[in-house]
Ligand binder design. Structure first.
Ligand SMILES: CC(C)(COP(=O)(O)OP(=O)(O)OC[C@H]1O[C@@H](n2cnc3c(N)ncnc32)[C@H](O)[C@@H]1OP(=O)(O)O)[C@@H](O)C(=O)NCCC(=O)NCCS
Length: 145
């Protein structure tokens, strides 16, 4: 299974490096800005996609955001590997983990560019949400699990 939880310090280093490279560096954000306070919480579930050669090509996480609801955050696929089904597999892994724990709903704040990706995977736009770095419009999206 190419998608799994990160375990070793090397896994986590590659995990945060890819998150930074895809979601923060292009907007000149400082190293460390890719981390969230609840990344180390036991209830936060991380997912790592590795190629057969051992390259970390995709990352994502989810955490409980309500009694029956999870939120997906920090979905990032290496640009050289986008459009190959990696994002789909990461999301399926996080959703399956949530379902196993009894969660029935998933929400996320999608960048405008990623909205069609999430729509393809069963999410619906609820409403526009925040503007990140003054330029990236986000949309609250939701899916029944
Ligand atoms: C958005 C992102 C996570 C998608 O991951 P990916 O591995 O490239 O997507 P997949 O190959 O799994 O795509 C799954 C399906 O969505 C479609 N899709 C993916 N990105 C799309 C887009 N921007 N527009 C329309 N369709 C898209 C694919 O064509 C595929 O459709 P299919 O069912 O016909 O095969 C990835 O492109 C990425 O990291 N982008 C930059 C960072 C980002 O925007 N992250 C999301 C923050 S909310």
């Amino acid at each position: 299974m190419p998608v799994r939880a990160p375990h070793s310090p090397a896994d986590f280093a590659a995990y945060y490096q890819l998150r930074y490279q895809v979601l923060r560096q292009p907007w000149q954000q400082p190293p460390g800005s890719e981390r969230a306070d609840d990344d180390d919480a036991p209830t936060t579930m991380h997912a790592l996609y590795t190629t057969p050669e051992g390259h970390v090509a995709g990352v994502a996480r989810q955490h409980p955001s309500g009694p029956r609801q999870i939120q997906v955050r920090y979905m990032a696929v290496d640009p050289a590997f986008q459009g190959q089904g990696i994002g789909r597999q990461l999301l399926a892994y996080l959703e399956a983990g949530a379902r196993q724990q009894g969660y029935t709903e998933c929400i996320l704040h999608a960048r405008q560019e990623a909205v069609p990706f999430y729509e393809r995977l069963g999410y619906h736009v609820v409403a526009p949400s925040h503007l990140l770095f003054g330029s990236i419009q986000h949309f609250l999206m939701r899916k029944e699990l």
